[in-house]
Design a protein around this ligand. Sequence first.
Ligand code: UTP
Length: 291
Amino acid sequence: MKRVRKAVIPAAGLGTRFLPATKAIPKEMLPIVDKPIIQYVVEEAVQSGLEDVCFVTSQGKSAIEDHFDYDYQFATVLAEQGKTELLQIVREISQMIVISSMRQKKPMGLGHAVLVTEPFVGDEPFGVFLGDDIIASKKPVMRQLLEIFLERQASVLAVLEVPGEAVSRYGVVSVEPTGDSQGRLFRITDLVEKPSPDQAPSNLAIIGRYLLTPRVFPALQNTPPGKGGEIQLTDGLRRLLTKEPVYAYRFEGTRYDAGNKLEYLKATVEFALQRDDVADAFRSYLQQLEL
Ligand code: UTP
């Protein structure tokens, strides 16, 4: 049985829903309070016990690699100014985990972004974290998936129940129950990318956390472009399903699609209300707004 050590974080998309902010800044670097979205994602990987992270980036996204790098000059200035607390914050980011990155030359879809990481992943099971999905939960979602993987030795996708119309924005799974005591684990029988509500096989939507076996790579290699002319990870997983079982896990936690403006704003408000340094003042401010 192979241990799960590696995390892949695709972050090479264009981020068009956040233009003009994302013209020169990667969407994944936009802050929620004072931390870039992608740092929340990396923290989840670390808290789940993963050891190596590979970002999938593209041109203009080097701010992501720089953020997790150690900036010697910046650290020296902070040290000279006696700003030890800030220095510690900056240090901790670069010491968090081993980071590498691979380039996706064209945004050819999420399936393609995962495919380019094959040399990094090799023949091991691995976690995939979408670089703009933040999930607040007591137990990190990837750790929840890891527990299922240990038990089943098969790929497992985090899924979320979404209301009717919303299915058309997601990959959706068709499932059968596994009889687990909590009713959270399902065996996938089919997957469809962005179905219309009347054709969706369920309301269980795939969100941005996957624990995959390396057999997904040959499946992706044989996957032609699908919806939107992109190589869809959902289509690759559909092929994987013909070779081995794949599970869906209705995770515990609250998910924010920070690549979507409204959810980004919700995450900002909710995370700020949990921060010791700003929560009280921010709550008073919100209360006096005449809405
Ligand atoms: P999205 O579809 O949410 O990201 O992909 P996007 O394409 O950047 O956003 P919009 O729709 O134009 O606003 C989910 C994640 O997958 C990555 C994105 O960077 C994002 O983190 N992705 C997507 C890639 O790495 N490569 C791709 O070809 C597509």
